[in-house]
Ligand binder design. Structure first.
Ligand SMILES: Cc1cc2nc3c(=O)[nH]c(=O)nc-3n(C[C@H](O)[C@H](O)[C@H](O)COP(=O)(O)OP(=O)(O)OC[C@H]3O[C@@H](n4cnc5c(N)ncnc54)[C@H](O)[C@@H]3O)c2cc1C
Length: 217
């Protein structure tokens, strides 16, 4: 899987700090000293005043994620998505994601690869028979890879990271969340400083279902 940060609000940290400062000032501070930016962000976020984070957004290109994982990702309703359409795009040489647990087991890997081959061949044969792409795609298994664009504001991203970086989340969406976090930390390190599952900053809510291995940055 590959995750690329395509675009983001310019000066995201300054924008959030300005929003935070405005809440407690008679007018917006256009000349906010740069050294005030991190402390303003950390102060308001610590207090749960998270709406200031909604003024900045980030757009990612996510390539090579299985439909099994993208289906989970798009459940995050406050983000926006554009996903390659299996109705219109010809998936003749489709890629399929091989889960590590299957890769590590020789017999499981053979079974999986046979099914992938069959899925590819069946798709091609259905297309050759004149089947519309929107129907031929029904023979794809959930491992079929696709590309999508995701745009979310910083508040929603922190929420996604809270849920999807948890060791209890599914491995592929966790990997995607991890790559997204790595990318945004470069451009907005303070906003995403404490990003991670609940155990990164406090107590695991999973109780006896917890993984027992607190998350490491
Ligand atoms: C480990 C794990 C296991 C899961 N297992 C399953 C499963 O077995 N089956 C299944 O169906 N799903 C499952 N999910 C998906 C889960 O139920 C959520 O749909 C998904 O994580 C999106 O989270 P969200 O609704 O908080 O986020 P978003 O849609 O990103 O929303 C962000 C926040 O906005 C608020 N919000 C958004 N929309 C509404 C609304 N309509 N009403 C009120 N508040 C709203 C909520 O506070 C929400 O937390 C699982 C998720 C995880 C992380």
């Amino acid at each position: 899987m590959q995750v690329t940060l395509l675009n983001f609000t310019p000066n995201p940290e300054k924008m959030v700090a300005q929003a935070a400062r405005l809440c407690y000032s008679p007018q917006i501070s256009t000349d906010l000293p740069p050294e005030r930016v991190p402390s303003l962000i950390l102060e308001v976020v610590k207090r749960g005043h998270e709406s200031v984070l909604e003024h900045v957004s980030f757009t990612f290109l996510i390539e090579g994620m299985s439909r099994a994982a993208t289906h989970q990702l798009v459940r995050h309703r406050l983000a926006s998505y554009s996903q390659q359409s299996q109705r219109w795009v010809r998936f003749a040489g489709a890629d399929f994601i091989l889960p590590p647990s299957i890769e590590q087991n020789p017999r499981a890997k053979i079974l999986f690869e046979e099914l992938v081959e069959r899925s590819r061949d069946t798709y091609q044969e259905l297309i050759n028979l004149g089947t519309p792409r929107e129907d031929a795609r029904y023979c794809f298994i959930q491992a079929v890879a696709s590309d999508l664009m995701l745009t979310a504001n910083a508040r929603e991203l922190l929420h996604i990271f809270r849920l999807r970086l948890c060791n209890r989340a599914q491995w592929e969406i966790r990997e995607g969340a991890h790559l997204m976090l790595e990318a945004v930390r470069i451009v907005a390190p303070t906003i995403f400083e404490s990003a991670g599952p609940p155990c990164a900053t406090g107590v695991c809510p999973e109780g006896n279902k917890g993984c027992g291995h607190p998350w490491k940055k």
